[in-house]
Design a protein around this ligand. Structure first.
Ligand code: PAF
Length: 284
């Protein structure tokens, strides 16, 4: 496949968008593209006539002390990756292009879903995500945007923002992509040493244990215990193991749930999740 057109300014973007026919699909990324991102592009092509990708490490979703500076950046490699699946356009703006007036004084409060799980450890994260997602939706005028289930809480918050603010865009989700050994693909996996990468497998193993427990009719407490019991490696520090409703992110006792894990492997914080059905205590 051929390389996409690359634009860096809003002005260039406007011109390039005029050339794209039909329904526009958007895949937002922070670069460091892997198969997970490429699966979002493939999914987007099913829902749109033209597909564009943003590559932008958004400063407003990183708190001081997080990995904004260290976040991997390699636009050439990203364009190479995009050209393997074929997208029409890549928008790779600078921070000044996205935030020309400096810090936004009108911001988005992502509500209660943003206060739990990821929001407890990263209290300002989802407001920054909503800000940039809202801006990119406006700047691009996309008709449909695809987000990965890997960031299940982000997906739920973006869906809620679109619903609550009547944003004229459809949100589509795409499943988590895993390496053959089960590790969920993430740009942050590049921080892991070979030893840490092996240890990181305990996250997907924990989810598997939780899912097996759910299939065997375990209660929500038992499911979380089954998952936690796999995370015993002293070098894997659990941040949370929670079983929540996929929309409200409140804890559940029965029904469809997201079993979500965050853990530090060495100094790298990884997240992973799986969807399962909790039959609940009454089903026993
Ligand atoms: O999921 C991500 O990579 C980011 O949060 C996103 C959606 C590109 C916004 O910066």
């Amino acid at each position: 496949m051929s390389k996409p057109t690359v634009v860096r300014t809003r002005q260039e973007l406007k011109g390039a968008l005029r050339q794209l026919p039909g329904r526009l699909g958007l895949v937002m990324t922070m670069g460091a593209l892997h198969e997970g991102h490429l699966s979002l592009i493939r999914e987007s092509k099913k829902h749109a006539d033209s597909v564009m990708v943003t590559v932008f490490v958004n400063p407003t979703q990183f708190a001081p002390g997080e990995d904004f500076d260290a976040y991997p950046r390699d636009l050439e490699a990203d364009l190479e990756a995009v050209s393997r699946v074929g997208a029409d356009l890549v928008f790779a703006p600078s921070a000044e292009e996205v935030y020309p007036h400096g810090d936004a004084s009108v911001t988005i409060d992502p509500g209660p879903v943003a206060k739990v799980l990821e929001g407890e450890t990263r209290p300002t994260h989802f407001a920054g995500v909503c800000l940039v997602v809202h801006k990119m939706f406006n700047i691009t005028g996309a008709d449909v945007a695809v987000f990965g289930q890997k960031d299940a809480q982000q997906l739920a918050i973006v869906r809620q923002m679109v619903r609550d603010l009547d944003m004229p865009i459809e949100i589509v989700s795409a499943p988590i992509v895993r390496a053959e050994d089960g590790l969920a693909l993430s740009s942050r996996n590049s921080y892991l040493s070979a030893d840490e990468r092996t240890r990181a497998l305990s996250l997907s193993k924990a989810l598997r244990a939780g899912k097996d427990a759910a299939s065997a009719g375990a209660t929500s407490t038992e499911i979380k215990e089954a998952a936690s019991s796999v995370l015993t490696d002293a070098n894997v520090r659990i941040d949370y193991v929670e079983l929540v409703d996929p929309v409200s992110f409140e804890s559940i006792e029965s029904g469809e749930g997201v079993l979500a894990i965050a853990a530090y492997v060495g100094s790298t914080r990884l997240i992973d999740n799986t969807i399962l059905e909790v039959r609940g205590a009454d089903a026993k």
